[in-house]
Write a protein that binds this ligand. Structure first.
Ligand code: IMP
Length: 450
């Protein structure tokens, strides 16, 4: 009963959507387990571009079971818009299931997210302002409203009243906003309930059934390890746990249901929002990397901060997720850069060196990277289909990453299209196995020997 978790190994936006889409092809079910519509995937399929925020990208594979697990926070307006858009484009959505226990993002969560950021001023987190943090806060405070509550008007109304009570003061600036009116809100959410009812289910049991029948279930993480509320760069993090362990909690499976954990990382680094990013670069070089990599947020359109690949952070992410394989995306973006830098250590303000990801916020805020310079390559990689198609320098770069992190590379992205991907020799040893058509004759020395 293989369970495979896909997680982001950086600060989100690693290209997990494309990797999930590839693996979903071979999976029986795709399950999201945390986050909400703060995430965003762009998937290019058959020349068409899809942008999804909540619904797992597996939905584009006809009839594939797609689950929004109990650990996800759901904005029903966004979800119903996404369903409408998929239907408009003739995508069958009947195989979507949403956990009855997933929590709902309410209009006041959006207001509180805005107000919270405004109050923090210069210290703001740079949230996506989608109400994610306030919704998880209500969940922890046991004031949350869940999908199942949409199906009972009396309960829904009561729960809204109770949830609003402690927020009166913070919501005062929005007191006249019609979206806050109890009756309006209840009616709006009941309407969502009617629309979503066919999809609401006991998803934990459904996932168990698939696993017990020996099917491959892919658990799709959102955001990335360094945005984890416990293990990331707190407080500049999201309000959930994007690490692999959360797949168990957020979908209702046990650790022994997970067989493999794939970490997705770009060949360089990016981050949106505030917070430490020790390998960040600026000036003309960052503009070039941002333009080439199309580094603008799928959800907010914000330009992403860009930088070199931080191997100390990647090794940390590998460890806290117990990664079994790496997927490296956007290697093609590095073509044409003469000398590449990889960060193998951090240096603190007082000169102390860190081989490990510093746990202390102050240290991390003032840390810079210590780099190893590697030769770059000028070749366009977009037509590379096997490891041996890659220039020597690119293979050297990847081999160094895999050895430093101690995790084999199974997949390499060399362009946005679904075919612009290299399944490495190491992918053969995973539960996915390498698609037969992509096996490379006489491949060179494997990229990764941890
Ligand atoms: P929130 O998740 O909207 O509360 O935002 C908290 C932090 O996580 C901010 O720095 C956001 O920019 C960041 N963040 C949230 N979701 C994503 C994502 O999908 N990709 C990248 N950053 C994200």
């Amino acid at each position: 009963m293989p369970g495979l978790v896909i997680v982001g190994a950086q600060w989100g936006d690693e290209g997990k959507g494309k990797i999930t889409d590839l693996l979903a092809d071979r999976a029986d079910a795709v399950v999201r387990f945390q986050g909400g519509n703060n995430a965003g995937h762009t998937i290019v399929r058959n020349g068409k571009t899809w942008k999804l925020h909540l619904i797992p990208s597996g939905i584009l594979h006809r009839g594939k079971l797609c689950v929004i697990g109990n650990g996800v926070v759901v904005d029903p307006r966004v979800l119903t818009d996404e369903l409408d858009e998929l239907r408009r484009r003739r995508v069958d959505t009947s195989a979507l299931r949403i956990s009855a226990n997933a929590h709902l993002i309410m209009p006041y969560h959006l207001m509180l997210d805005h107000a919270g950021e405004a109050k923090l001023g210069k210290q703001q987190i740079g949230t996506t302002r989608r109400g994610i943090g306030p919704c998880y806060a209500d969940k922890a405070a046991r004031l949350g409203i869940r999908l199942q509550d949409l199906l009972d008007e009396k309960i829904l109304k009561q729960k809204i009243i109770v949830a609003l009570e402690p927020k009166r003061l913070s919501l005062r600036p929005y007191a006249k906003d019609p979206a806050l009116d109890l009756q309006t809100m209840t009616e709006e959410y009941l309407t969502y309930g009617h629309r979503l009812e066919p999809y609401i289910a006991d998803t934990t049991r459904i996932v168990h059934e698939r696993l017990d029948a020996g099917h491959l279930v892919v658990f799709e993480g959102a955001q990335g390890a360094l945005l984890d509320i416990d293990h990331g760069t707190y407080p500049f993090v999201t309000s959930s746990n994007p690490v692999a362990g959360a797949a168990c909690v957020g979908a209702g499976v046990g650790p022994r249901d997970i067989d493999e954990i794939w970490g997705v990382t770009k060949a360089y680094g990016t981050r949106v929002g505030s917070g430490p990013f020790p390998t960040e670069v600026d000036g003309a070089f960052s503009d070039m990397l941002r333009e080439r990599g199309g580094e603008y947020g799928t959800t907010t359109g914000r330009p992403r901060r860009v930088g070199w690949l931080a191997l100390v952070a990647l090794r940390y992410a590998a460890r806290i997720n117990s990664m079994t394989a790496l997927a490296i995306t956007k290697l093609d973006v590095l073509s044409g850069i003469d000398r590449l830098q990889v960060c193998t250590r951090y240096r603190g303000a007082e000169g102390a060196e860190f081989e490990y990801f510093p746990y202390h916020q102050t240290v991390l805020h003032h840390a810079g990277g210590e780099y190893l310079e590697m030769r770059g390559w000028s070749e366009d990689l977009s037509d590379c289909h096997t490891e041996s198609d890659l220039p020597d320098a690119a293979r050297e770069y990847l081999r160094f990453v895999a050895e430093f992190v101690g995790v084999p590379i199974a997949l390499i992205g060399v362009g946005p299209g679904p075919d612009q991907v290299i399944w490495t020799n190491a992918s053969q040893d995973t539960v996915i196995g390498r698609p037969a058509a992509t096996a490379s004759a006489g491949a060179p020395e494997p990229l990764a020997k941890p």
